[in-house]
Each structure stands twice: as C-alpha cells, then as structure tokens.
Design a protein around this ligand. Structure first.
Ligand code: FAD
Length: 335
C-alpha cells in the first residue's frame, strides 16, 4: 500500500509562495505508480501539480495532491535533420532546454527560462518570443482518468491555440500527462528572431541557438521578477482578442493603443497596456501587487493569501471591463 504524506503545506510548491495545505500529498516518480494510486483510490479527489508556476491557490485542498516527478529523457528517433525526444513529465522544462542546447538540437531556444515541468507545457501551449510549444510538440502520453489507460495523444488531437489546448478546455481534468515527445531540428536550421526584443538584440546578425537562448534569458531576467525573490506566476492574464469594429472604436479614443492584427477578423491587444493605462502598474494592495516593470504580472509582496491576489485580479478585470469593454481572461489556473 502506498503511503501519502498528510497535511502538507504547498507553499514550497507554488511560485506565488501562497500558504495553503493539502490533506494528502504524494510525489509521483513513475507512470505505473500513478496508475496504482488511482486504482487504489477511486473516490479520492485529486489535483495534479508540476512546478506550481501557473497556479494560484485560494484555499486548502481536502484531497490528494499528486506532485509529478518522473524523470528521464530518451532519444526515440534520429534522422539526418531531426530527432524525436521523449521526456518524462517531471523533468524541469528549462533544464530540458539546456540539454537541447548542449546537444545542439534546435526548436526550444526561445522558450528558455520558462519555469515549470515538461508535463505542463502542453496544457497552455507555452509560448514566448515568437515561438509556441506546438511548433516542437509531436505527441504526449497521458493517463486517461476515466479508463485509467495510458493514451498516446498526437498533436492534431491537442487543439493547440494561444495559451490553450484540450487539456485546459473540454478535456480539463481528464488526463495526467506522463511524458511529452518533441521533434527537434538537428542541426538547427530555422530560427525565430523576428520578435521585437530579439530583433533589437541581434540586428542583422544570424545567431546560434545557444546565442538566442542567452539573449532570451538576459531579456527575461531584466523584465520579469524572479519568483524565488518575489512570488508570482508570470503573466496573470491572457492578451485579449477583440473585433475589428471594437478596435476601431478604441482607436478613436486611444490612438496610441498597441495592437497585433491576427489572421481572423480579430485584433490582439496587450493586456499589460490596458492595465498600465488604468494606473495599476507598480501599485500595492495589502501584500498583493502589480509588478513595477510588467503590469501583466501580479506579485506576492510577502504574506498575501490566494484570495488577496484574486481580489486584486478581479478589481483589474472590473476596471478593464468598465473602461475598455474588454473581458480579461486569466492565464493562471485559480484553484
Ligand atoms: C516568472 C514566470 C514566467 C513565466 N513565463 C511564461 C512564458 O513566457 N510563457 C508561458 O507560456 N508561461 C509562462 N509562465 C507560466 C508557467 O511557467 C507555464 O505555464 C508552465 O508550463 C507551468 O508549468 P508547471 O509545471 O509549473 O505547472 P503547474 O503550475 O504545476 O500546473 C499548471 C496547470 O497544469 C496542470 N498540470 C501540471 N502538470 C500536469 C500534468 N503532468 N498532467 C496534467 N496536468 C498537469 C495543473 O493541474 C495546473 O492546472 C511563467 C511563469 C512564471 C512564474
């Protein structure tokens, strides 16, 4: 019989540094143990946790928190210009990016320094500096919580979108991802350096993937708070997409509004700009706050509770709705 730890604080397991307790806690080191736990405890409420860098805990959990910690990287296929690498869900994402840089496998360099586990990367199709996970994702293996069978889920079935996939929408809570298989370039031959800050960084030079990763790390470190120093979960809100008509109305009042036209008849507006316009940037509300350099990042100045952070998030959502008639969706999972 597997033994669970009891009444465990999750403070060390979430980058916001929120103090909540879970009734039971278990560190999962293999897919077979995971299956065994679920078989033996069919009625116990469960919650899956990776690096805790995209969650906001707002209350104690009266169930079992499964901390995914299975490790391993395996080369499953190699051809002249690509490799398929299967990585266990509990591997740290940035460590895996560094491993790829050491092997000179291209494709994930722009995603350097994103906190969290490999298993969580498909959940919201992580993205940064012009690259999204979908561009390197081949398949993942996941335990179906209804059948308790492991399934191999190909890219087409994941319905990847901007910070979204089936695991965050209609299959939410139905799967536990146990490994992810990536298709990487060998040697690297396609680079994404058109994205604003990277373009400024490199100008017309053609960098290596190692140089791109170094630039990404340095830009990220200059802009984003380190969760080890100031609790946060990265971008708290998604960048909203509005209709062309709505955008044109806003443009009359705010001619300087930054925008990114999309393929569809929609326009993406940086949520950070909206929040900044309303004067929230750098403000503190008790122990909860909005980061001084990046208005999209909510921070824990010390002993904020999840409810304090949530109240601030709701205050921002309300103000953005009232002034711009835009609904801000959270990127962070509120639990
Ligand atoms: C400073 C900072 C910067 C960030 N920058 C970025 C960025 O540039 N781009 C970006 O996309 N994100 C960014 N994030 C958000 C976060 O790092 C990513 O979303 C990351 O993939 C979350 O991984 P995690 O292991 O910490 O997931 P967790 O926070 O542990 O979990 C997130 C969600 O996924 C579920 N989950 C986790 N693992 C599994 C699994 N194996 N199977 C099924 N469900 C699972 C959880 O139940 C939860 O609902 C940032 C966060 C921080 C703190």
């Amino acid at each position: 019989m597997l033994r669970f730890e009891e009444d465990v604080s999750l403070k060390p397991y979430n980058t916001f540094g929120i103090e909540v307790q879970t009734k039971y806690f278990f560190k999962v080191t293999s897919a077979s143990i995971l299956k065994e736990i679920l078989n033996q405890n069919p009625t116990l409420p469960i919650r899956i946790l990776g690096g805790g860098s995209n969650v906001l805990f707002t209350e104690n959990f009266d169930g079992l928190t499964l901390y995914i910690a299975n490790k391993g990287i395996e080369l499953v296929e190699e051809t002249q210009n690509k490799v398929l690498v299967e990585v266990q869900a509990g591997e740290n994402w940035h460590d895996f990016v560094c491993w790829c840089l050491d092997q000179n496998y291209g494709g994930v360099e722009n995603l350097a320094l994103i906190p969290g586990s490999v298993g969580a990367t498909p959940i919201q199709n992580i993205g940064a500096y012009g690259v999204e996970l979908t561009s390197v994702f081949n398949y993942c293996k996941a335990l179906n919580l209804k059948s308790l069978e492991e399934e191999r889920i190909p890219k087409e079935a994941c319905e990847f979108d901007y910070r979204s996939s089936i695991f965050k929408t209609h299959q939410k809570g139905n799967y536990i991802i146990t490994s992810v298989c990536f298709e990487l370039q060998k040697p690297p031959h396609q680079y994404q350096i058109d994205y604003g800050p990277l373009k400024d960084y490199f100008g017309t030079s053609v960098p290596s993937i190692q140089e791109i990763a170094k630039a990404v790390i340095s830009i990220r470190e200059s802009k984003l708070p380190n969760p080890k120093i100031l609790g946060n979960s990265g971008s708290f809100f998604k960048n909203p997409m509005i209709t062309q008509t709505h955008f044109e109305q806003l443009l009359l009042k705010y001619p300087e509004i930054p925008n990114y036209p999309l393929d569809e008849p929609l326009v993406k507006i940086p949520a950070a700009w909206l929040i900044d316009q309303l004067g929230f940037k750098g403000t503190q509300h008790g122990a909860a706050g909005v980061h001084e350099k990046q208005a999209l990042v909510l921070v824990n100045h010390g002993n904020a509770s999840g409810k304090d952070i949530l109240a601030l998030a709701q205050q921002i959502q309300k103000a953005v709705q009232e002034i711009f008639e835009i609904t801000l969706e959270t990127e962070v999972n509120i639990l």
